[in-house]
Design a protein around this ligand. Structure first.
Ligand code: JA8
Length: 235
């Protein structure tokens, strides 16, 4: 997969050189290029913003630099993602969808946002990480790139990790434990040390259902649960 990121703060993306993503880039599984939007300005001050039509506080990002930048990066196979507080919710399902794209272009807005005509002209997909407002799209792009990159075959060393993690099956993942068996008088649940993999799998499913019902009842779809699952929720 090829990823292009446009921002007035390209240095925000140095973390993408680290760890798994850094290794994926070195292995050729992923190519990430970051571009300074000011490269497509032509005035001495390299201006990227102006006052909003209709008045109101703050500044809006001008369409011209975005238009020239996106003309040079976007093709018919590209998916343009524009992080925005007004976007569709970013979910694991959306991450899975984006992971199938061959080319993603991310437009990082700042100030009050990007002139809407840019997003409309390039059929950008506005995506929100949650109901809060950041200073810009850069932090959101880091999160989206990480969530998508780990779904690309070969990026995550152990693909099994994808199977039981939160949201893969629509539920929150069960709690996890490691050695020592006793830590500050807190014991690891005995069943996890039993070696009975069938009972362990059931225990984890029950904990996942309980945790989801308690913290994120909105994720529960009773029609998608087995009678055994429903029984676990009513115990
Ligand atoms: N939650 C989010 N806040 C923002 C703010 C700006 Br400015 C641009 C993108 C995003 S995504």
């Amino acid at each position: 997969m090829k990823i292009d990121i446009l921002s007035i703060f390209p240095e925000y993306f140095s973390p993408l050189d680290l760890s798994l993503i850094g290794r994926a880039r070195s292995a050729g599984l992923l190519r990430v290029d970051v571009h300074d939007l000011r490269r497509w300005t032509h005035d001495v001050h390299r201006t990227v913003d102006d006052t909003p039509y209709g008045g109101g506080p703050g500044m809006v990002m001008r369409p011209e630099p975005w238009g020239e930048a996106l003309d040079s990066l976007v093709s018919d196979d590209s998916v343009l993602v524009v992080p925005s507080p007004a976007g569709e919710p970013f979910t694991q399902a959306v991450a899975g969808e984006l992971a199938r794209a061959s080319h993603m272009v991310f437009a990082c807005g700042r100030y009050e946002g990007i002139d809407q005509r840019v997003i409309d002209h390039f059929s950008g997909r506005e995506i929100s990480l949650g109901d809060y407002v950041l200073f810009g799209g850069e932090v959101a792009v880091l999160a989206i790139v990480e969530a998508v990159a780990r779904l690309i075959p070969g990026v995550l060393g152990n693909a099994d990790s994808l199977v039981e993690e939160s949201h893969t099956d629509g539920l929150l993942e069960a709690p996890v434990y490691t050695k020592p068996a006793s830590w500050r008088a807190h014991e690891v649940p005995e069943i996890l040390r039993s070696g009975d993999h069938g009972r362990i799998a059931r225990w984890r499913r029950d904990r996942s259902l309980e945790r989801t019902a308690r913290r994120r009842p909105d994720l529960l779809d009773p029609d998608a649960l087995s009678p055994r699952d429903l029984a676990a929720l009513t115990e």
